[in-house]
Design a protein around this ligand. Structure first.
Ligand SMILES: *[C@@H]1O[C@H](CO)[C@@H](O)[C@H](O)[C@H]1NC(C)=O
Ligand SMILES: *[C@@H]1O[C@H](CO)[C@@H](O)[C@H](O)[C@H]1NC(C)=O
Ligand SMILES: *[C@@H]1O[C@H](CO)[C@@H](O)[C@H](O)[C@H]1NC(C)=O
Ligand SMILES: *[C@@H]1O[C@H](CO)[C@@H](O)[C@H](O)[C@H]1NC(C)=O
Ligand SMILES: *[C@@H]1O[C@H](CO)[C@@H](O)[C@H](O)[C@H]1NC(C)=O
Ligand SMILES: *[C@@H]1O[C@H](CO)[C@@H](O)[C@H](O)[C@H]1NC(C)=O
Ligand SMILES: *[C@@H]1O[C@H](CO)[C@@H](O)[C@H](O)[C@H]1NC(C)=O
Ligand SMILES: *[C@@H]1O[C@H](CO)[C@@H](O)[C@H](O)[C@H]1NC(C)=O
Length: 483
């Protein structure tokens, strides 16, 4: 940001001669008529002009006349391509970054919609089949007995509420396409401006970016959340480490950060491996190591916004460890929370305190003696680790295989072994629960970690020394009685 001052003394005399010319003719040539700046105390008139010089990039000549009629001249030549002095370039860089961020979020959104559309398309196909059968039946009533006819009718009735949902999906998909186009347009505008730093209404540009961001946010919120209806087949990413452990990526949107962290074991561990990308993790290469200042307990760790949140060994203290500065930013006891394998999940392993993040922020899942060992959910403040609000789910923690949070809803599995299913859901938005029956394939029969990543919308699991991913399907519940 430093700007070289060029031989002021040497140019002074020359400058004195051209001052007159400069202060009258030059400004009008470069469109700076009437530019006056008054400095405190003196009554100088400063005329500034900009013009390019082939070797120097641009030069700024300032000429000032004080009360005695003396000239003060300065020649300033910023380094080429370094327009840092210009506050507009800073604004521009910020805008570019914002657009970049929006683009990244669009990609995530696009992927989500794409997956959801697949699901919707399947449902559509199913509807068509049922509909076709119904038509055949009504054209040829004798082909159908009353019982199967009634069954078909029931099926169709069940499917009917899907219609408005389907419509909504299509509308949402169209909205995403439009948003994408707008982002692309805006990037082009920004790129053009960067090339030629001409006059431009930055305020207007900023407003456009803000508007885009707001719309993206509402679109994400609408599309991003829903009720879990299905879990895909697992994909094994890697076989590494011991039987118990945890692995993850950062859970906060937006981020272009693809780092993968792996923490082997549930007991006294302090070594966190940080891989640069998922493919590095798969190959077991290109990693750095973090040695935590305090050992961990369990496998309920989470990486949220560049920090690792974990439960300190033999305590109910939660630690926030910042990767970049390699330091503990804050630690705080989770009031009353059981620890030291008092209230673990069904597999044991000191999994008393399970930290997780979803679309709505950071959560701790644990229990206390006053809650009689039933799962408590607490929303945590990410900077201070204070508990913002808590819910008692009434579900015994020791009977839970694992638990994860999606869109403010806690989903609990009934076992860590083969045959496990997602079988209980607690809605923090309405403080209510329901039993669910969502099967998933527990390929290696021993799950010691299961967490949702809202950025990628996948489930991360550590299954008997294998690192496994599942896609999920969320169904957006749309109030169809409204319109
Ligand atoms: C600048 O001012 C001069 C004299 O006041 C005038 O003749 C000239 O047209 C102006 N130039 C511009 C570009 O406004
Ligand atoms: C873009 O996203 C990054 C990472 O989340 C964040 O640090 C940065 O402040 C964002 N930039 C703008 C301009 O919003
Ligand atoms: C993007 O730019 C193209 C060409 O300038 C224009 O036709 C289109 O309407 C713009 N789209 C949006 C969403 O602004
Ligand atoms: C609570 O969240 C669930 C899941 O996202 C949703 O299905 C339900 O409609 C929400 N209830 C209320 C009262 O908002
Ligand atoms: C994420 O971290 C950055 C600094 O690293 C901070 O400015 C920002 O507020 C954090 N965001 C959230 C949601 O915690
Ligand atoms: C934790 O449990 C172990 C084994 O059960 C016991 O030896 C130890 O004293 C306990 N530590 C604390 C702090 O409760
Ligand atoms: C999830 O879905 C995406 C897009 O369809 C696919 O590329 C990816 O392999 C899937 N991952 C899993 C774990 O099924
Ligand atoms: C759906 O919307 C209607 C009218 O907008 C409202 O009366 C009704 O309570 C809503 N139902 C649910 C389940 O939110």
């Amino acid at each position: 940001m430093t700007v070289p001052l060029l031989k002021i003394g040497a140019v002074l005399s020359t400058m004195a001669m051209v001052t007159n010319w400069m202060s009258q003719t030059l400004p009008s040539l470069v469109g700076l008529n009437g530019t006056t700046i008054s400095r405190g105390g003196t009554s100088e008139k400063i005329v500034s002009a900009l013009y390019p010089s082939p070797e120097e990039g641009w030069q700024i000549y300032s000429s000032a006349q004080d009360a005695d009629g003396k000239c003060i001249c300065t020649v300033v030549a910023p380094a080429q391509n370094m327009c840092n002095r210009d506050p507009r370039s800073k604004q521009l860089r910020q805008l570019m970054e914002q657009v970049q961020n929006i683009s990244q979020s669009m990609e995530v959104l696009d992927l989500r919609t794409y997956r959801d559309l697949q699901y919707v398309r399947n449902m559509e196909a199913l509807m068509k089949v049922v509909d076709g059968k119904l038509k055949t039946a009504s054209e040829n009533p004798r082909s159908l007995n009353p019982k199967s006819f009634q069954e078909l009718k029931d099926k169709v009735t069940q499917l009917l509420p899907l219609l408005p949902v389907l419509e909504q999906y299509k509308a949402d998909a169209r909205m995403i396409v439009r948003l994408k186009e707008e982002v692309r347009n805006l990037s082009l505008v920004l790129m053009a401006i960067q090339e030629e730093m001409g006059a431009y209404d930055y305020e207007e540009l900023r407003q456009r970016v803000l508007l885009l961001e707001t719309r993206l946010q509402s679109c994400m919120q609408k599309l991003g959340c829903g009720k879990l209806t299905g879990v895909s087949n697992p994909i094994t990413i890697r076989a590494s480490g011991s039987r118990f452990g945890s692995w993850m990526t950062d859970t906060m949107i937006p981020s272009s950060d693809n780092r993968v962290w792996s923490m082997d074991g549930y007991y006294k561990g302090r070594r966190v491996l940080e891989y640069h990308t998922l493919s590095d993790f798969v190959k077991g290469q290109n990693f750095v190591q973090h040695l935590l200042p305090h050992p961990w307990a369990g496998t309920g760790h989470v990486v949220y916004n560049g920090s690792l949140y974990y439960n300190k060994y033999q305590s109910n203290i939660i630690i926030k460890y910042h990767f970049r500065s390699r330091s503990v930013l804050v630690q705080r006891s989770l009031g009353g929370a059981g620890y030291n394998n008092t209230f673990p999940y069904s597999w044991g392993g000191s999994s008393d305190i399970d930290l997780m993040a979803d679309e709505s922020g950071l959560w701790a899942v644990y229990t206390t003696i006053p809650n009689a060992g039933n799962i408590v959910i607490s929303r945590l403040e990410p900077q201070t680790l204070e508990v913002l609000q808590s819910w008692d789910t009434g579900f015994p923690k020791r009977s839970a295989g694992e638990a994860f949070m999606i869109c403010g809803t806690l989903y609990v599995t009934n076992s860590h072994l083969a045959g496990a299913k997602i079988y209980f859901a607690y809605y923090t938005n309405s403080s209510s629960y329901e039993y669910t029956d969502i099967p998933f394939h527990n390929q290696y029969s021993h799950i010691s970690m299961l967490d949702y990543n809202p950025r990628e919308r996948v489930l991360y699991t550590w299954n008997n020394g294998h690192q496994v991913l599942y896609n999920i399907t969320l169904f957006h519940v749309i109030n169809s009685s409204g319109d």
